[in-house]
Write a protein that binds this ligand. Structure first.
Ligand SMILES: C[S@@+](CC[C@H](N)C(=O)[O-])C[C@H]1O[C@@H](n2cnc3c(N)ncnc32)[C@H](O)[C@@H]1O
Length: 260
């Protein structure tokens, strides 16, 4: 779907949510509407420019970090081309990364969780939004090979106090991370893109969510399995509102049962 199509879908979803009284749907609506219209506050634009500059430098950094690891050794140009492809397909495209930053600004979560740091692009956008909010932290989980590549970028951007990277297989790190982060106000699920992996992650995170928390699930239409996972998530207990944006799925849980 082209950018204009996504913007139209964002705007129409925003119009539907705006009629709601509770704060989380209204915050999601405001993030969707402003992203769709390109009404990004100047201070966020400044961060977007900084992170985009980092995104452009990333392939060279990744290629040099992998120098000597490849066997048999490949020419630098080949490594760079491969790093560029990996950085592009693994990281959220700009419109969605900007939307996540808008969402974090509107929601102002105290505690956030990300499954799937990747090269740290989505992490940087969300952490920058927390930095602008002046409060809140993000725990982001990925295998050590990825957190090692993502950490220097977050350090260079000065976002290390907002985002903490947790290295290891999520199967091993999630329960401790959930204990540390609960009650969680906002989460992004962007790691295991299988039906079972997505449902397992969602079901583990769900009991640790605060009332009115928002969960974003990436790639809900990527495969038939992801479409089934998204269908099932929408019928989980506590899920009060969902918005399907072709690529991202947004879940808002009921404002009741706030464990804080
Ligand atoms: C699509 S990338 C994340 C991209 C990132 N959110 C962004 O937009 O910049 C998915 C990440 O999930 C991680 N991942 C997938 N399954 C995992 C698991 N079981 N344990 C740890 N990390 C996992 C991969 O290593 C990969 O870095």
């Amino acid at each position: 779907m082209a950018g204009a199509g996504y913007r139209l879908l964002m705007a129409s979803s925003a119009a539907r949510l705006m009629r709601r009284r509770d704060p989380s749907p209204r915050a999601v609506a405001a993030a969707l509407r402003t992203t769709a219209l390109g009404r990004i506050p100047a201070e966020e634009r400044a961060w977007i420019d900084r992170i985009d500059a980092h995104r452009r430098r990333l392939p060279a950094f990744v290629a040099s970090a992998e120098e000597g690891l490849a066997s048999p050794r490949r020419p630098p140009s080949e490594r760079l081309a491969e790093a560029s492809r990996a950085c592009q397909w693994m990281s959220l495209p700009p419109i969605w990364a900007i939307f996540l930053a808008r969402l974090v600004r509107e929601l102002a979560p105290r505690s956030s969780l990300e499954l799937g740091t990747g090269f740290g692009i989505s992490t940087a956008f969300q952490a920058a939004a927390l930095e602008l909010n002046g409060s809140g932290t993000l725990l982001s989980l990925d295998i050590e090979g990825m957190t090692t590549l993502a950490q220097p970028g977050l350090d260079r951007l000065g976002l290390e106090r907002r985002a903490e990277l947790v290295p290891g297989m999520i199967e091993d790190t999630l329960s401790t991370a959930l204990e540390r982060a609960a009650p969680i106000d906002y989460a992004l699920l962007d790691a295991d893109h299988t039906e079972a992996g997505t449902l397992t992650a969602f079901d583990a995170v769900l009991p640790r969510l605060s009332g009115g928390a928002v969960v974003v699930v990436d790639d809900i239409n990527w495969t038939a399995g992801m479409r089934r996972a998204w269908q099932r998530i929408q019928h989980r207990e506590r899920v009060s509102t969902t918005v399907g944006l072709r690529r991202l799925g947004i879940v808002i849980v009921s404002a009741r049962n706030d464990s804080r």
